[in-house]
Design a protein around this ligand. Structure first.
Ligand code: ZN
Length: 293
């Protein structure tokens, strides 16, 4: 009798446990962020621990965030553009499970002020007109968006490993976020780092990933874009030679191409960017660092 009662107790507690686990999974998910105070150009991690069948939608600054499911959670790298002014913004996360359970969470994100210096460069007016003609800018955009769409349709957990490395070593001639004027005309912000190096210097992949674009564009000349998974991309511009093809897997340190001055450039250098989706983020947050949360 005692034995029977004991087994019944075990069975009941097992059922209660299972029930509470699914309750917690479906109705009390854990929503965590790696930072809540950021500068323009920074990014943070969003982690929503929930079973894979739960539908998760997250939004910040009017954009829906791309989420990837791995390690029992939905993950997103969330960029804060250098165009974002200081203020408090709300990250909303909505979860719906298959029995109609619904949860909405709101997390305040504080963006602090960050000033970016101005920089004026001069190029022959014919070069500027050709590289920045609206139809050429649009053509470049379409090619990049198409390549990114393919990457988005084959979502990957992080492909990167260990620390991100410098693709080439040299003097930084233009830093991230600089307010750029080309021949005294406003040309937006500088989306990455300009690293000066002699023409022909080998350019290495900053980490493991897959090449999604390797071709000549009007503004950035011979360009390679590498997808590192989780919506993160690195790009290498103004190359004199390209050493990879779209679709190719690369390792950290793989040869991407060689330094050049193709496209809108005043001399040989590598223009290096890190983007989350379409938003440029500060390269110093990656270089010589490990990326984990
Ligand atoms: Zn540049």
């Amino acid at each position: 009798m005692i034995k029977k009662a004991f087994y019944l107790f075990i069975l009941v507690s097992l059922v209660v446990n299972l029930y509470s686990v699914s309750e917690v999974g479906a109705y009390r998910p854990e929503v965590a962020i790696s930072a809540s105070t950021l500068r323009p150009g920074d990014f943070f991690w969003l982690k929503v621990s929930a079973p894979p069948e739960v539908k998760v939608k997250a939004r910040l600054l009017g954009s829906e965030l791309l989420l990837h499911y791995y390690d029992n959670a939905f993950w997103s790298l969330v960029p804060v553009s250098y165009w974002t002014g200081p203020g408090t913004y709300v990250l909303t996360v909505e979860l719906t499970n298959n029995t109609g359970g619904y949860i909405r969470k709101e997390l305040p994100i504080q963006v602090v002020a960050r000033s970016f210096p101005e920089q004026r460069i001069r190029v022959p007016e014919t070069v500027r007109k050709k590289a920045l003609a609206p139809e050429n800018v649009d053509m470049d955009k379409v090619k990049i968006q198409k390549a990114r769409k393919i990457a988005e349709q084959n979502p990957h957990p992080p492909l990167w490993k260990d620390k991100f490395i410098w693709p080439v070593r040299g003097r930084i001639t233009t830093d991230f976020g600089f307010v750029r004027y080309v021949n005294d005309m406003a040309n937006g912000r500088h989306s990455g780092l300009d690293i000066a190096a002699p023409k022909g210097t080998p350019v290495a992949a900053v980490n493991c990933g897959r090449v999604i674009l390797a071709e000549e564009l009007h503004c950035t000349g011979l360009t390679v874009i590498v997808y590192h998974g989780l919506n993160l991309y690195s790009s290498y511009s103004h190359l004199s030679e390209i050493a990879v093809k779209a679709g190719e897997e690369v390792q950290s340190g793989s040869l991407i191409g060689k330094v050049g001055a193709t496209g809108l450039a005043t001399g040989p250098h590598l223009h290096l960017t890190f983007k989350i989706g379409d938003t440029a983020v500060d390269p110093y947050l990656f270089l010589e660092r490990e990326l984990s949360y």
